[in-house]
Design a binder for this molecule. Structure first.
Ligand code: UD1
Ligand code: CA
Length: 462
């Protein structure tokens, strides 16, 4: 039975106190709306339509391929929005199942949606309900004396007795397409908010004798995000789920409460993650690596059996058996090949360190290519920027760059070549050569005593 998905995301979300449309706020590396789209994806919907309104362009820009938008220019209610969504669906058979979801419920799981969509042949609709400690603000699920659902009443339209009901409508439904279209036509805006309520469809279905059931969810799973503190709660829960999943796959996480890993990140078994680690976007960590404490890695790759601590990695690639940090900044375009090291207070940008090459301390390497096994002495700097343009530096295999060498780019240092400590290298160095650029050392014997004597004479005069 083809399934179609309509996601309502036209509302304003004023309480977020932010210019960003509510559903565009990011949790675990993904906008809220995209969490909902992802939760529905395993159902392989024939069509997915997102109803946009406030911040429409911004929300449209979030839509993955195959998901279309429909504009609700004026927010006249969830029933009105659903009607606009239906009109934008492709070919639909009356028996097809339409899921109506909200764009601000990022904790929704695919299992719950699978239960929701699994209508019996004679069932017209299914809704999700949850027992809330504090149901205020939600629509209440009204049941008759046999326990069958007889309708949903909005908080503002409740009688005092109805207000005491703690089973609330999560606002998430699976409804046969034909019945949804027919009942929506009968929905009016004669209520406390003057809106066309999608929830009225439930009462109409019951009145017309349709079979209707509810699946119970935990309040948390159907939580809608309306404020920054609810957003923070959702982030915590997504973080908990991700670290849980990784630990079950054999990743050692020292303190899951203080480890922040986007859902999109992969971590190999046997890796150990220390607290204060943020792994974001298209980041991966190989088996057996140690990451953290205090690592911030975005869109970066860390290979197997590497150690990365107290470091920032942005679009960087760290191979197997590498060492990074403490206190290293690997900027975009950095590649560390197997066994390479970018150690304490080392910054790299658009730079490749070949296999086993090492920059252990206090170094800036920009637009540089460093050959295998080369050693970069402490304090080495590639002077890659002349105030107008960036220039490349090439360092050969097994080269030995003396401490405090300034490499004024463009410049090449050959294989096995050596630079003397403190040299400012402005021209290319041939393979196997030594280049030294500094003034000769002068020595004055007995200078210390002469200085003492001069000082003593000066004091005697005073
Ligand atoms: C809705 C339900 C309520 C349920 C609650 C659960 C209705 C009438 N009420 O109330 O029973 O307990 O959700 O959270 O459906 N939207 C549009 N266009 C509109 C209006 C809303 O796209 O014209 C979208 C919003 O962006 C939002 C969703 O629909 O994603 C829900 O709208 P909202 O106004 O927040 O509904 P609630 O009052 O929370
Ligand atoms: Ca509302």
């Amino acid at each position: 039975m083809p399934t179609h998905v309509i996601i309502l995301a036209a509302g304003e979300g004023k309480r977020m106190s932010s210019d960003l449309p509510k559903v565009a706020h990011v949790a675990s590396g993904r906008p809220l709306l995209n969490h909902v789209i992802a939760a529905a994806a395993p159902l392989l919907p024939a069509n997915t339509v997102v109803v946009v309104g406030h911040g429409a362009d911004r929300v449209r820009s979030l839509l993955p391929d195959g998901v279309v938008d429909a504009l609700q220019a004026d927010q006249l209610g969830t029933g009105h929005a659903t009607r606009i969504g239906i009109d934008a669906l492709g070919a639909v058979d009356p028996d097809d199942i339409v899921l109506v979801l909200y764009g601000d419920t990022p904790l929704l799981g695919p299992e719950l949606l699978a239960d929701l969509a699994d209508l019996d042949d004679d069932e017209a609709a299914r809704l999700i309900s949850a027992d809330m400690e504090d149901p205020s603000g939600y629509g209440r699920v009204i049941r008759d004396e046999r326990g069958e659902i007889s309708g949903v009443v909005e908080d503002r339209d409740c009688t005092p007795e109805q207000r005491d009901i703690d089973e609330v409508n999560a606002g998430i439904y699976a409804i046969r397409a034909g019945r949804l279209t027919e009942t929506l036509k009968q929905v009016s805006n004669d209520n406390a908010q003057g809106e066309y309520y999608l929830t009225d469809v439930i009462g109409i279905l019951v009145a017309e004798g349709d079979k209707l059931t509810a699946v119970k969810a935990s309040p948390q799973e159907v939580m809608g995000i309306n404020s920054q503190d609810q957003l923070a709660l959702a982030r915590k829960e997504l973080q908990r789920r991700t670290t849980q999943r990784l630990m079950e796959s054999g990743v050692e996480i020292i303190d899951p409460d203080h480890t922040y890993i986007d859902e999109s990140v992969t971590v190999g078994p046997g890796a150990r993650i220390y607290p204060g680690t943020h792994l974001e976007g298209a980041t991966s960590v190989g088996a057996g690596s140690r990451v953290g404490p205090d690592v911030f890695a975005v869109d970066s790759t860390i290979g197997e059996s590497s150690t990365v601590w107290y470091a920032v990695l942005r679009s960087a690639v760290v191979g197997d058996e590498c060492e990074v940090g403490p206190y290293a900044s690997l900027r975009p375009g950095t590649v560390l090949q197997r066994g390479a090291k970018a150690g304490t207070f080392v910054e790299t940008k658009n730079t490749t360190l070949g296999e086993g090459a090492k920059a252990p301390h206090l170094t800036y390497l920009g637009d540089a290519t460093v050959g295998a096994r080369a050693n970069i002495g402490a304090g080495t700097i590639t002077c890659n920027y002349d105030g107008f343009d960036k220039h490349p530096t090439e360092i050969g295999e097994d080269a030995f760059i003396g401490s405090d060498t300034m490499l004024v780019a463009p410049v090449k240092v050959g294989d096995r070549a050596i630079t003397g400590a403190g040299s400012v290298i402005t021209s290319d160095v041939a393979d196997d050569a030594l280049a030294v650029e500094r003034s000769g050392q002068k020595e004055i014997p007995g200078y210390a005593q002469r200085r003492e004597a001069r000082k003593a004479a000066e004091s005697a005069e005073d």
